[in-house]
Design a protein around this ligand. Structure first.
Ligand code: A4P
Ligand code: MG
Length: 165
C-alpha cells in the first residue's frame, strides 16, 4: 500500500462543495481510501492572476493501485464534476493533481511525479506541512517543511478552517 498525496483546487462556483464532493469520489476509488485531509486554504491564483482566488487542500490517499491508475481515476472525477477545460492554469471547478506517490519519481509523457510545481506553491506546501512536515520530496531530497521555510511563500495563503472529514 502506498500513500499518495493529492492536491485539490477550485476557483469557480461553490468551491468548498466541489472539494468536498471530490473527496467523497476519491474515497470510492477501488482499492483506495482517503485517510486524511488538510485544512482548507484560500489562495492567490498562480499563473493567470486575473482569475478568481482558489480554495485548496491536500488529501492523503492510501492505495494499492499504480500511479497511472490513480491519475486515471482522478481525471475521471474531474470530468464527473463537470470541469470544463478552458485553458492551462486557468479557472476551474475542480483540479486534482497527483503531488506525490510515496517516494516514487516518475517521468512519463502523461505523468510527472512529484508534481513539477510543488516547490513553488504555498497552496501545496502549507497543507503538506500541516499533514506531515517531515515528508521528504523524493526528487529534491529535502522535507516539505524545509521547502516551505526556505522559499518564504507563506503570505500567499489564508487558512480557511478545518475540513471535517
Ligand atoms: N499530468 C502529468 N503529471 C500530472 C500529475 N502529477 N498530476 C498531466 C495531475 N496531472 C498530471 O492537466 C493536464 C495533464 O497533466 C493531465 O491530463 C495529466 O495527464 P490538467 O489538470 O488538465 O491541466 P491544468 O491543471 O490546467 O495544467 P497543469 O499544468 O496541470 O496546471 P496545475 O499545475 O494543475 O495548475 N493557483 C492556486 N492558487 N491554486 C491552484 O490550485 N492550480 C492551477 C493549475 C493554477 N493556479 C492555481 C492552482
Ligand atoms: Mg492540473
Amino acid at each position: 500500500v502506498t500513500r499518495a498525496y493529492v492536491g485539490l483546487g477550485s476557483n469557480l462556483g461553490d468551491r468548498e462543495r466541489f472539494i468536498r464532493t471530490a473527496i467523497e469520489h476519491m474515497n470510492r476509488i477501488p482499492e483506495s481510501s482517503v485517510i486524511r485531509v488538510s485544512s482548507l486554504y484560500d489562495s492567490e491564483p498562480a499563473g493567470d492572476s486575473t482569475q478568481p482566488r482558489y480554495l485548496n487542500a491536500v488529501a492523503v490517499l492510501e492505495t494499492e493501485l499504480s500511479p497511472e491508475r490513480v491519475l486515471w481515476n482522478l481525471l475521471l472525477i474531474e470530468k464527473r464534476l463537470g470541469r470544463e477545460r478552458v485553458k492551462r492554469w486557468g479557472p476551474r471547478q475542480i483540479d486534482l493533481d497527483l503531488l506525490f506517490f510515496g517516494d516514487r519519481v516518475i517521468e512519463e509523457p502523461d505523468l510527472t511525479v512529484p508534481h513539477p510545481e510543488v516547490e513553488h506553491r504555498a497552496f501545496v506546501l502549507v497543507p503538506m506541512v500541516e499533514l506531515d512536515p517531515t515528508f521528504v520530496h523524493p526528487r529534491l531530497g529535502v522535507t516539505v517543511g524545509h521547502l516551505l521555510r526556505e522559499r518564504k511563500l507563506l503570505s500567499a495563503v489564508r487558512w480557511k478552517g478545518r475540513f471535517w472529514y
